[in-house]
Design a protein around this ligand. Structure first.
Ligand code: ATP
Length: 298
């Protein structure tokens, strides 16, 4: 019996970049012995629904799109009892997660990796009832990814996120939070916070993400306190862009479970998309939850 592959494609991602590559990609999968079913996603959450329903009938799932399509596909797989291997062809603008997993940016090369790469059992985050693959974040900067115009992102790439963030600095707002992990309880006013499972987030090079492992069952948690004046703000920005190694305003720790409560509702993003406003959030690391085919880096 031939192996069956479900290819979930967001035709709109990255300005429709996949369209000219589609035949070459399907041809490659076929050469590797797969019968390919292509599902072009029709709307938000379509990838989740098709994967929830169909994954059990396939030997492999490959998704193609930006970070949101990967998130939706992974969310669908998380609801399956048996999870087939997942391949990922990045078609978005920043593709933080693909870089972390050594998946090539070129779609045809990424398709080759999906066929002959290695299976890596990657951690996934649960966030209340949702999932994220590489980052859940709140506060300043978190609206940057979805506020930045597509054309601006394409021209400036990762730097766009940072520049857009700077624009928002004068309106910075902090949130009074109680953060509980398995090792500590912290109460303070925070400007920004994130639980990350990736070696690079939206172009920010700081935040202690360089020696991150994506299968250790732990998130890298960074919490940024509110600077009191411009000089302090400048040292913080230097830290965020990698010019300083330490910052008094950043608290970094590792945790597998994080519970955050606040009086007022805090806006969150999950993998760069708006995730809702909450005054209670529970984030848990689902250790080695997804078998994803990656470049040979281990
Ligand atoms: N046919 C479609 N038409 C419009 N939107 C779609 C369609 N299929 C999927 N979507 C939605 O498009 C949104 C963006 O998808 P995705 O992140 O994959 O692409 P992108 O925005 O180009 O990438 P990035 O954000 O990484 O630059 C997601 O919310 C997804 O659910």
């Amino acid at each position: 019996m031939k192996k069956k592959l479900l290819f979930v494609v967001n035709p709109m991602a990255g300005k429709g970049a996949v369209k000219s590559q589609l035949l070459g990609i399907i041809d490659l999968f076929t050469k590797y012995g797969y019968t390919v079913t292509v599902h072009p996603t029709q709307k938000k959450s379509d990838a989740t629904q098709i994967v929830q329903k169909e994954a059990k009938n396939y030997h492999m799932i490959v998704c193609c799109g930006g970070d949101a399509t990967l998130n939706e596909t992974v969310s669908g797989l998380m609801d399956c009892e048996k999870r087939p291997a997942l391949g990922y062809l990045p078609a978005g603008t920043v593709n933080d997660f693909a870089s972390s997993l050594h998946i090539p940016k070129n779609m045809l090369k990424a398709a080759q990796t999906a066929m002959d790469g290695v299976v890596f059992h990657c951690d996934v985050g649960s966030f209340n009832q949702e999932y994220f693959t590489y980052v859940a974040a709140f506060g300043a900067f978190t609206d940057v990814a979805y506020d930045t115009p597509q054309s601006f992102k394409n021209v400036l790439g990762r730097l766009a996120y940072f520049l857009e963030g700077i624009k928002h600095l004068p309106q910075l707002k902090s949130y009074r939070l109680r953060v509980e992990t398995e090792t500590c309880v912290i109460e303070d006013d925070f400007l920004f916070g994130m639980a990350a499972n990736s070696t690079s987030i939206g172009g920010f090079q700081g935040m202690n993400l360089r020696d991150v492992s994506m299968d250790d069952g732990l998130f890298e948690v960074s919490l940024i306190k509110m600077p009191e004046n411009l000089a302090q703000l400048q040292t913080l920005v230097h830290y965020l862009i990698g010019l300083e190694k330490k910052s008094d305003f950043v608290r970094s720790l590792k945790a597998s479970r994080i519970h955050i409560t606040s009086q007022e509702e805090v806006p969150w993003t999950l993998d760069g998309e708006f995730g809702g406003r909450f005054n209670q959030v529970t984030i848990e690391n689902k250790h080695k939850a997804i078998p994803i085919v990656v470049g040979k880096f281990k």
